[in-house]
Design a protein around this ligand. Structure first.
Ligand code: 5RP
Length: 237
């Protein structure tokens, strides 16, 4: 798969979502995390009429993206009502359920998505599927309190109604140690194969002691934009 096609897909989805959902009438906009969201900010910067808006980040990466580009930085404490949040995704199904957390930011991403009147997903063609667990095979990202990672992993293996294929503690590059989230937690990736009922699985995992947030965003998005290989944008709503 050519990198250029993928980047073009990310850019066209991000540009179209900004064009259709961020307007000078907005006061507060949530900025997601990941590489596709870089194009969201790129498009915002091309529009001077969007400069007065306050932008709420969903991670340290997203905070830097806002600051380094001279946009007005907000926070969820001060800006708890958000007009629209645009974020990336690891996979989106045809009911607009999403797997997120490939970048370990799912907690803040969910917080900022929930605070938004409208939550919009942007992604390249690789993320589009009928059923979660088809394209994204690295598992559902689960943020866990560090002292609980073993107990949570054991419960995921043995105590859920769906048996996982594998459950891993996410390790940093070169396995130098576990990935640590913006909240000082670890991430466990649990591969359940194709998910038949993501909303029920989300509830079950969320109830396990030590689970901080689950990277399943069920029926939260109003729309998803996918940048296709032929340059078009597929819109799901
Ligand atoms: C980070 C996320 C990202 O939005 C998701 O991983 C998509 O990233 P990218 O746009 O780089 O493909 O959920 O936690």
């Amino acid at each position: 798969m050519s990198k250029e096609l993928i980047e073009n897909g990310k850019r066209s989805a991000a540009y179209r979502a900004v064009d259709e959902h961020i307007s000078p009438d907005n006061q507060v906009v949530g900025i997601g995390s990941g590489s596709t969201v870089v194009y969201v900010v790129e498009r915002i910067l091309q529009k001077p009429e969007l400069r007065h808006i306050t932008y709420v980040p969903t991670s340290f990466q997203s905070k830097l993206l806002i600051l380094d580009n001279g946009l007005k930085l907000g926070s969820i404490e001060q800006n708890h009502v958000i007009d629209v949040t645009i974020d990336g995704a690891d996979e989106v199904d045809d009911e607009l359920n999403a797997i997120k957390g490939g970048g370990a930011c799912q907690f803040q991403e969910k917080l900022v998505a929930e605070a938004a009147k409208k939550f919009i997903l942007v992604a390249d063609f690789r993320k589009e599927s009928q059923r979660l667990g088809t394209q994204w095979t690295q598992g559902v990202p689960i943020e866990v309190v560090p002292m609980c990672y073993k107990t949570v992993m054991n419960k995921i293996k043995n105590a859920l109604s769906v048996k996982p294929n594998c459950v891993n503690l996410r390790m940093a590059v070169k396995k130098a140690g576990p990935v640590v989230t913006d909240n000082g937690n670890f991430v466990v990736d649990a591969d359940f194969g194709q998910l038949q009922d993501p909303a029920s699985l989300l509830k079950e995992i969320k109830l396990l002691t030590g689970v901080y947030e689950v990277g399943l965003f069920c029926q939260m998005a109003a729309m998803a934009y996918f940048g296709e290989q032929d340059g078009s944008v597929n819109v799901r709503e």
